[in-house]
Ligand binder design. Structure first.
Ligand SMILES: Cc1cc2nc3c(=O)[nH]c(=O)nc-3n(C[C@H](O)[C@H](O)[C@H](O)COP(=O)(O)OP(=O)(O)OC[C@H]3O[C@@H](n4cnc5c(N)ncnc54)[C@H](O)[C@@H]3O)c2cc1C
Length: 453
């Protein structure tokens, strides 16, 4: 079936039965073991157009791979065509316009490496090997969210290949409906080959918050963090992570197997001014270790990389909270006691500042009134899918009543139809109209799907 495509795309069609196919079909989450009919390793926008036209002609569904990091394993599929953008990683800084032009397969590391050459940055995420595409299309939470908003808030233009094979340039003035939809509506509407992101002066050195507390103080830490965020300066963005530390060689022995609460973050401004602003976050309880200090922005963006496994099965979920109420905190901490493995990572990310000041209807990203989002991951080190999924789902179920309208961060939760509708909420109907216009056959269905049917 793929012979015609092989002719027009030379060496870019990867078929089953080769080592390259085995390598390219893998995604970050080892829980997904899928076999696409063919993988198209695109190098240009024209390659993407050809691959899409082929899928249209043969009536095939399409999966798209940016960085392949979505917890839901969306960047692969069984059968169909996988359009792989991981060779399209170029990043070009336009200093005059203060934008970065970024290809759809770039990672956060690719962007930071180029933009920091000019002392510039755009808001992205916190683990450098993550793909920008999926992250930007469903939000984008990083250390600049308080000062400059989400990644999607900083998109000023894009190139999108729609499922009828058109290459569209979209912005505030061209195909505005599509430009609006790709800022929060995920990969439902077309394949983004190029993003243009607003840039700001950041670094090169920044004040990085990095405190480790004992998990026995978790309740007090969460309550104090809730008080802090109510008046937090926009420059401060911070994440709270509860975990049992692994016996890793890069950690001192006294921390091996220790249950801790890690508070990390950044002050996006003059580090000297920032020191007083972040002090309360260094005093949420008695710290075990405090490595807060001034470091290069690029180093901060890579700091968590060593903690991240790859190709291990991971089960995750997410919920937003308007505030961390005592009963919610008690319920969460109780649930943690029953985790089937010490490999759970429970993160509560503080949400404040610019990201919450964007009116809900301005972009498709719909949750702008929460103060924290839960991102929970359980790494399966041999416990089995059923046990892990059951526990993760039970955490979602017990916390759901405390959540902000049942919404989840769509970049942190696997397939869940209810979460898509509750999260996209008042923007859902408008997104559905866009889906029917730009992808009426639902060729792009390997995502948090907005079904046109
Ligand atoms: C280790 C790790 C750390 C993370 N840290 C953060 C963080 O700090 N902040 C944060 O906000 N999120 C974070 N995330 C979540 C992250 O935002 C999502 O995993 C995101 O989907 C990653 O994008 P990707 O391109 O790698 O994903 P992929 O799995 O490649 O794609 C995700 C979805 O987007 C679609 N897609 C991908 N590329 C395109 C494209 N070019 N055009 C159209 N559709 C496309 C795919 O089809 C799929 O539906 C993290 C995830 C991991 C695994």
């Amino acid at each position: 079936m793929f012979q015609a495509l092989e002719k027009s795309l030379e060496n870019r069609v990867i078929l089953p039965g080769t080592d390259l196919y085995e390598e390219k079909r893998k995604v970050w989450n080892g829980a997904f073991d899928k076999h696409p009919g063919a993988i198209i390793s695109c190098e240009t926008e024209d390659d993407v157009v050809k691959a899409v036209n082929f899928a249209q002609e043969k009536d095939l569904h399409i999966a798209v791979r940016g960085g392949g990091h979505h917890i839901g394993g969306f960047a692969t599929c069984d059968g169909g065509v996988l359009i792989d953008l991981s060779n399209m990683k170029s990043v070009v800084v336009d200093e005059e316009r203060m934008v970065a032009v970024v290809e759809g397969g770039a990672t956060l590391a690719d962007i930071d490496a180029e933009t920091q050459k000019y002392g510039l940055a755009t808001p992205t995420g916190t683990v450098s090997e993550t793909g920008i595409a999926g992250l930007a299309l469903s939000g984008g939470l990083g250390y600049l969210r308080g000062k400059y908003g989400l990644t999607c808030d900083n998109l000023v233009g894009a190139h999108v290949v729609t499922t009828d094979g058109q290459l569209l340039s979209v912005s505030q003035t061209e195909h505005e409906d599509l430009f609006w939809a790709i800022r929060g509506g995920g990969g439902n509407f077309g394949i983004v080959t190029k993003f243009e992101f607003q840039l700001y002066q950041v670094g090169p050195e920044v004040l990085a918050l990095d405190v480790i507390y004992d998990q026995k103080d978790a309740k007090q830490i969460l309550q104090k963090a809730q008080s802090y965020i109510a008046t937090a300066p926009d420059e401060v963005s911070f994440n709270i992570t509860m975990a049992e530390l692994p016996p890793a060689p890069f950690l001192p022995e006294f921390l091996h197997h220790k249950k801790v609460v890690m508070v990390g973050g950044m002050y996006a401004g003059d580090p000297e001014v920032g020191k007083a602003c972040i002090k309360p976050l260094q005093e949420l309880a008695a710290p075990i270790v405090d490595q807060t200090g001034v470091i290069p922005y690029v180093a901060l963006q890579k700091k968590l990389d060593a903690m991240v496994p790859t190709q291990i099965p991971v089960y995750g979920t997410s919920l937003y909270f308007a505030s961390l109420e005592e009963e919610m905190i008690n319920t969460l901490l109780e649930k943690l006691e029953s985790a089937p493995a010490p490999t759970s990572l429970v993160q509560l990310w503080g949400l404040s500042g610019q990201m919450n000041q964007v009116p809900v209807q301005d972009t498709a990203f719909s949750n702008r009134d929460s103060s924290f989002v839960l991102l929970l991951d359980l790494m399966d080190m041999g416990f089995g899918q059923e046990v892990c999924e059951q526990w993760v789902n039970s955490v979602y179920d017990v916390l759901f009543p405390f959540s902000n309208k049942g919404a989840s961060y769509l970049n942190g939760i696997g397939e869940n139809e209810q979460a898509v509708k509750k999260t996209l909420a008042e923007n859902y109907e408008r997104l559905l109209i866009c889906k029917k216009k730009y992808d009426p056959n639902n060729r792009l269905r390997h995502n948090h799907n907005i079904s046109p049917k």
